[in-house]
Write a protein that binds this ligand. Structure first.
Ligand code: GCU
Length: 611
């Protein structure tokens, strides 16, 4: 929400609700700008927890819920009012008890993979923020249904080590600002912190280390009694972890879990482990296989308060990946599904990339009941409009929405966001905007990563094309394009990756007749003259997708310019759409030329391919 929208929101609804002082135990009427035709009666009913029940009678609307349930119910009523929907009886509970935003904010104020400006709460190696803005952030998160905010980057470097030490008073003050909005903090911790600060080891089985963490957790929870837990990135991309001591990840996670358990805390352990120093010549190692190889043998070994947080795909937040097989193969482990609202590989909040469809796809593939927590890397920053791109707020809204309703219809979620954000946009224009958003992933996919061909992106920055950028590097991300063929054979006849899936999926992905086109080159290595189901050759399909995706990005830029959006949003969106079109042309020409040089195949329609 930018200032203008915020003003509109406040004019329409009054100051949005908070828990605590605004909502007491006694029955009372809601006076928060509700303009319905009958009063809203609030009844505190703690048994409903974060959930709520709405009952409509001729005299009144009654809203029951626990402290934050009342808060979410109030937002629901305001949302219905804003959408012009009539209020009916509702019984609602969140789908996931933990709806966690992971902020990759560093204490120097930078945000790793942040595309919306600097950190909202860190600057100059300390907490530094505008309390009003943080309160507004609380409202924003509550209105989206998000209830946990992990405030620091998973890559924990000094001085962030001090967040569980000398900075605790500041952490406590920050937590107090967000508490009224039902938002609890979480902290990322460094597995080796005892070693870095006090002891000569961080071995999870060493009694001194265990005592160190227990004592540390006691201090942390004394300062922030409702802290949700710790988040850990261990043995991943050069971060320290239990492997250094010959211990496995259950031993590492359980040691920390034991320290936080007496306080009701959870220990969120990220499953992002792979060899980031691979020799590219070594085709016997395949990065997508690694998480399963590390964690599958540990299923059932984790303590009850450990949550294993798994990225949706086996690589790393790519435009298109199959669901990580780990999410289907750990029945005796509590799992969180991790998404990335920060558009690291998906256009960096310059190119449009709406995520509701991706969320639904991954939740459906995982089976919503198989996971117990819902997490995402944040896309927030200090920019006036919070998200860099004025439309990128959709992804936060949708993330929260799917945390409550894993089966929500993506187009409906997008339409809600558009109506809530741009209430004054004429209906036909809103439909145009939603159409752009609904197609945005497919557009971006066609010019950057068609047929599951990921990682042709510029190394490090992860914006713009560089087909061979990662090809001869250590990160395990190869497409292995040659003169004759492209892709990696990950089937059971190839490197066996598909065997990590349940048998029906192994069969689906193994068979060229059933493997979805979008994932064809993720699972198969194919010659350029391979004939696709639609009759086109593989190379022609690659050319076509790049030409079509780019042409659509160019048209999108024109359409956006024609929308009657608030002035600032329009200017931002138009400028970003211009940059997107430029990016798309670059991708089209670089990738098409790359394959033209290998294959020598002309475009069937005679469009320019460069040598
Ligand atoms: C990606 C990203 C890193 C991040 C990592 C993670 O590799 O580029 O910046 O630290 O994911 O999820 O931990």
């Amino acid at each position: 929400m930018n200032r203008q929208e915020r003003r509109a929101w406040l004019e329409g609804f009054g100051e949005p609700p908070v828990t605590g002082s605004a909502i007491e135990t006694a029955e009372q009427e809601l006076n928060l700008g509700w303009r319905g035709d009958r009063p809203v009666r609030l009844i505190r009913e703690d048994a409903l927890g974060e959930g709520y029940a709405i009952r409509v009678s001729p005299e009144a609307v009654t809203l029951r819920g626990g402290e934050s349930g009342l808060l979410y119910g109030a937002w629901e009523l305001l949302k219905k009012q804003a959408l012009g929907e009539s209020v009916t009886d509702i019984d609602c509970q969140p789908r996931y008890a933990l709806r966690m935003l992971n902020c990759w904010d560093n204490m120097d104020g930078s945000v790793e993979r942040g595309y919306a400006g600097r950190s909202l709460w860190f600057e100059g190696s300390r907490f530094s923020y505008d309390p009003d803005r943080i309160r507004f952030l609380g409202r924003l998160l509550a209105s989206c249904g998000v209830n946990v905010l992990c405030v620091n980057n998973v890559n924990v470097h000094e001085p962030a080590q001090g967040l569980i030490d000398e900075w605790l008073p500041e952490v406590s003050a920050f937590a107090a600002l967000l508490r009224p909005f039902g938002v609890r903090l979480m902290l990322s911790v460094d597995f080796s912190q005892p070693l870095r600060r006090d002891l000569e080891t961080a071995d999870p089985l060493d009694e001194r280390v265990r005592a160190w963490w227990r004592e540390r957790a006691d201090r942390v929870w004394e300062a922030v009694p409702d802290l949700a837990g710790f988040l850990v990135k261990a043995d991943s991309e050069n971060r320290p972890g239990p492997f250094a001591y010959g211990r496995d990840h259950a031993e590492g996670a359980n040691m920390l879990a034991e320290a936080v358990a007496p306080h009701g805390g959870v220990l969120v352990w990220r499953a992002f482990v792979y060899n980031c120093k691979q020799d590219w010549r070594d085709s016997g190692t395949d990065r997508p296989k690694s998480a399963w190889e590390t964690y599958k043998p540990l299923d059932g070994h984790f303590a009850d308060n450990v949550i294993l947080q798994v990225k949706y795909g086996p690589f790393d937040f790519q435009v298109r990946e199959p669901l990580s097989p780990l999410l289907l193969g750990m029945p005796d482990t509590r799992l969180a599904l991790e998404m990335q609202l920060a558009q690291e590989y998906t256009g960096q909040q310059i190119d449009l990339f709406a995520m509701p469809g991706l969320f639904r796809e991954m939740l459906d593939a995982a089976g919503p009941e198989r996971i117990m927590a819902w997490a995402a890397v944040s896309n927030l920053g200090r920019d006036e409009n919070w998200f860099g791109h004025p439309f990128a707020g959709l992804n936060l809204y949708a993330f929260g929405r799917y945390g409550w309703d894993a089966g929500a219809d993506p187009e409906r979620v997008t339409a809600e966001w558009a109506a809530l954000t741009y209430p004054r946009l004429p209906q036909n224009q809103r439909e145009i905007l939603c159409g752009l958003l609904n197609r945005s992933r497919s557009v971006y996919e066609r010019y950057t990563a068609t047929l599951g061909l990921c990682w042709m992106i510029t190394p490090n920055t992860h914006y713009g094309p560089s087909p061979d950028g990662y090809e001869y590097q250590a990160w395990g991300t190869y497409h292995r394009a040659s003169r004759d063929a492209v892709g990696i054979d990950r089937t059971s006849r190839g490197n066996g990756y598909t065997l990590q899936y349940p048998p029906e999926l192994t069969r689906l992905y193994d068979d060229l007749a059933t493997c979805p086109d979008e994932l064809l080159l993720f699972f198969h290595r194919l010659p350029y003259d391979y004939v696709m189901r639609d009759g086109r050759t593989l190379i022609q399909r690659i050319y076509d997708d790049h030409f079509d995706g780019c042409a659509e990005a160019e048209r999108m830029a024109e359409t956006i310019a024609s929308l009657s959006l608030p002035e600032k949003d329009l200017a931002e969106a138009v400028e970003r759409a211009r940059l997107q079109a430029q990016n798309a042309r670059e991708w089209r020409d670089v990738v098409n030329s790359f394959f033209y040089r290998f294959s020598g195949a002309e475009d069937a329609h005679g469009r320019p391919l460069y040598i």
